[in-house]
Design a protein around this ligand. Structure first.
Ligand code: ATP
Ligand code: MG
Length: 396
C-alpha cells in the first residue's frame, strides 16, 4: 500500500467523486517501489482539462500546460499537476507534438510514456501494463514498445535513458541501448533547454561517470567540441566530486577556452558559466601556503571560487601545496574578514575630508590600506585607518 501525501490523496478522491478515474503515475510510483523519496507527484485522469477545472472549482487552478492537458491545482498549499490521459502524439520537427489527443483510457496513456519503469500507475493498487515492476526488480531501463520508434519520436528520451540509468544505477537493456547509440544524432533536433535539464540530472547522478563514459558518443552529438578529446580523466575526477558545480566544471574543463560558449549555447545561467569559466581559466593557478600569496589571492578572487578550485584540482590529483593553501585560505578568510574596499571601516569620503584630492589617488590609497589590513599589518578600525591615510597623504 503506497502512502500518499494527503493533498495527493485528496486530488484522487475529488476526481473520483466527480465521476472520473485518477491515478498517481510516473516517477512517484517508481520511486515508491525503490524505497526512494519521490521528487514530486503527478496525477493522470480521464477528465478533460475543463472537467478538471470544474472538479476543482473552489481551488486555485493554473493552466500551466493546458495545451498538453496539464493543469496545476493548489491543494493544501501544495501545487499538484493533473494531466489528462493522452495518446502517443505525432511529433513534428522532434520538438513540439503536432497535436495532443486526449483519450479516456489509462492504458493508452501509460504506453505513450518513455520507459517501462516510468509507466506505473497507482490508485489503491499498482497498475503495471508494460512490465515495469519486473524491470525495476532487474534494474533495467527499457523503452516501451519499439525503442527505435520511441527515440525517433522524441530524441530527448535518448538522454533520459542515460539519466535514469545513472540516477538509479540501472543498466540499459540491449536493444534500447543499441537504439540509444544508433539514434544519438537526432539529439541535435532537441531544444537546448530540454537538453540542459536532462544533462544536469545526468551529471548530478550517482553513476554519472560510468554512464557518461559508456555512452560518450551521445554527448559528442550535442557537444561536438569534444571531438577527439578523451573524457576519461575528467569523468574520473567527476566521480570523486560531490558538488554539482564542481562536477559541471570537470565535465566542461576539457573544452578549455570554448567552455563558456558551449555552456551558453546549452542555456546555462550566467552564474554557472562564470563559475565554470573561473575554474577552467585558473585550473593551473600557482598555489602555496605562503601568507602573502594567499592574501593577494583573496584580494583578487572570490574566496568560494578559490576553495572550489582547490577541491576541483584535488579530484584530479591531490597536492600537498594545495592542501596547505586551502587551510591557509580558510584561516585567513576567517581571521581577517576584510578583503574588499566595502569592508574597510573608512571610505573615499573620509580621505577627501582629511585633504585628499578627488581622483585616482583616493582609490590607490584605499587599496593600499586594504592590502595592509588583509595582511594583518593594520587593524580594521577607523582611527587606525585614518591615521594611516594621513601618513600616506604626507608621502604624497
Ligand atoms: P523525476 O523523479 O526526475 O521527476 P520522473 O519520472 O517523474 O522523474 P519527469 O521528467 O518528471 O520524470 O516525467 C514524469 C513522467 O512523464 C515520466 O515518469 C514519464 O512517464 C513521462 N515522461 C516524461 N518525459 C517524457 C518523454 N520525453 N517521453 C515520454 N514520456 C515522458
Ligand atoms: Mg517528476
Amino acid at each position: 500500500m503506497m502512502r500518499l501525501p494527503s493533498y495527493v490523496q485528496k486530488a484522487l478522491d475529488k476526481l473520483e467523486s466527480g465521476g472520473y478515474e485518477a491515478y498517481v503515475v510516473g516517477g512517484a510510483v517508481r520511486d515508491y517501489l525503490l524505497n526512494k523519496e519521490p521528487n514530486d507527484y503527478d496525477v493522470s485522469t480521464n477528465a478533460r482539462p475543463d472537467e478538471v477545472r470544474e472538479v476543482f472549482a473552489s481551488y486555485r487552478v493554473f493552466d500551466t500546460g493546458i495545451k498538453h492537458g496539464t493543469v496545476s491545482v493548489m491543494i493544501e498549499r501544495k501545487m499538484l499537476e493533473i494531466t489528462t490521459y493522452r495518446s502517443e502524439e505525432d511529433y513534428e520537427d522532434f520538438r513540439h507534438p503536432k497535436k495532443v489527443t486526449f483519450v479516456r483510457d489509462l492504458d493508452t496513456d501509460l504506453k505513450r510514456r518513455d520507459f517501462t519503469i516510468n509507466a506505473l500507475a497507482y490508485n489503491r493498487k499498482i497498475i503495471d501494463r508494460v512490465g515495469g515492476i519486473a524491470d525495476l526488480k532487474s534494474k533495467i531501463i527499457r523503452a516501451i514498445g519499439d525503442p527505435e520508434e520511441r527515440f525517433t519520436e522524441d530524441p530527448l528520451r535518448i538522454l533520459r535513458a542515460l539519466r535514469f540509468a545513472a540516477e538509479l544505477g540501472f543498466t540499459i537493456e540491449p536493444s534500447t541501448a543499441a537504439a540509444v547509440l544508433a539514434h544519438a544524432g537526432l539529439i541535435t533536433k532537441v531544444s537546448a533547454e530540454r537538453i540542459n535539464i536532462e544533462l544536469n540530472k545526468l551529471l548530478a547522478a550517482p553513476a554519472a561517470a560510468a554512464i557518461t563514459g559508456a555512452y560518450f558518443p551521445v554527448i559528442r552529438v550535442f557537444i561536438p567540441e569534444y571531438r577527439a578529446l578523451d573524457p576519461a580523466p575528467h569523468l574520473a575526477a567527476l566521480k570523486r566530486l560531490e558538488g554539482f558545480h564542481l562536477r559541471l566544471a570537470a565535465f566542461f574543463l576539457p573544452l578549455g577556452a570554448s567552455a563558456p560558449a558551449v555552456m551558453r549555447r546549452l542555456k546555462y545561467s550566467r552564474a554557472a558559466v562564470k563559475k565554470t569559466g573561473f575554474l577552467v581559466d585558473n585550473f593551473s593557478l600557482e598555489l602555496s601556503g605562503e601568507e602573502e600569496r594567499l592574501v593577494s589571492l583573496l584580494l583578487r578572487y572570490d574566496y568560494r571560487d578559490l576553495i572550489d578550485l582547490i577541491d576541483l584540482r584535488a579530484a584530479y590529483s591531490p597536492r600537498a601545496e594545495d592542501a596547505a593553501a586551502r587551510e591557509g585560505l580558510m584561516r585567513l578568510y576567517r581571521e581577517r574578514e576584510c578583503f574588499r574596499l566595502k569592508d574597510l571601516k573608512i571610505g573615499g569620503r573620509d580621505l577627501l575630508a582629511i585633504g585628499f584630492k578627488e581622483g585616482v589617488g583616493v582609490r590607490l590609497a584605499l587599496e593600499r590600506i586594504l592590502s595592509e589590513v588583509a595582511l594583518g599589518k593594520l587593524p580594521n578600525r577607523r582611527e587606525a585607518l585614518l591615521k594611516r591615510a594621513g601618513e600616506i597623504k604626507k608621502e604624497g
